[in-house]
Design a protein around this ligand. Structure first.
Ligand code: G3D
Ligand code: MG
Length: 185
């Protein structure tokens, strides 16, 4: 029980972040966790697991965030990494068309594990406006054809919309697991 006499909730969810190398997955997670952007971070090997606590009105949600560092050659590992996840982020680079096209391959591997958890489509590097190649329309088409619950454009560099990526995913997970009584502060 919390101080108010209400029941306190403690929930934990695993979420995965997928997408081509260099789209900004590690920068996104880094920004979300530390509110900082670090230049020259190392390419991720395997997967790095991060923990983020989200305060909710009467409790706490623990997000276990798996930053999948795999090069495309390691896509075959996706099913074993993704097992047990409650949601996933699929990220592409707004300045690299190939990274949007390649999401089809990531999704194909991912769908071998599950088809029913909420997925969020994220276009990163919104700050590089001059170099932008992927249009919003194309991204929205991808969103619809693969049943993503949301499409968010963000910049790990400036921090724009980073919070929204994980909050909207968490809200959707809560909705689908029937925890509609929980509000994120
Ligand atoms: P990954 O984890 O998907 O492989 P990283 O990607 O997070 O390692 O980022 C790859 C490169 O993109 C890094 O640059 C990083 O600084 C840059 N980057 C990540 N997010 C953004 C963003 O929102 N805007 C801009 N302009 N750059 C970003 P380097 O030069 O270290 O390769
Ligand atoms: Mg990485």
């Amino acid at each position: 029980m919390g101080e108010s006499g209400q029941e306190t909730v403690e929930l934990a969810y695993k979420v995965c972040v997928f997408g081509d190398s260099a789209v900004g997955k590690t920068s996104l997670v880094d920004r979300y966790l530390t509110n900082e952007f670090h230049e020259n971070i190392q390419a991720t090997l395997g997967a790095t697991i991060h923990i983020k606590f989200i305060e909710v009105v009467n409790g706490k949600i623990t997000l276990q965030i798996w930053d999948f560092g795999g090069h495309k050659n390691f896509m075959f590992l996706i099913p074993s990494y993704a097992r047990g996840s409650s949601g996933a982020v699929f990220m592409f680079d707004l300045t690299k068309h190939k990274s949007l096209e390649n999401l089809n391959d990531w999704l194909l591997e991912f769908s071998k594990v599950t088809r029913i958890i909420p997925l969020i489509l994220v276009g990163n590097k919104l700050d590089l406006e001059q170099e932008r190649i992927c249009t919003k329309e194309e991204a929205l088409n991808t969103m619809k054809s693969h049943n993503f619950v949301n499409y968010i454009e963000c910049s790990a560099k400036t921090g724009d919309n980073i919070q929204m990526v994980f909050e909207s995913l968490t809200l959707e997970i809560l909705k689908r697991t029937g925890r509609t009584e929980i509000f994120i502060r």
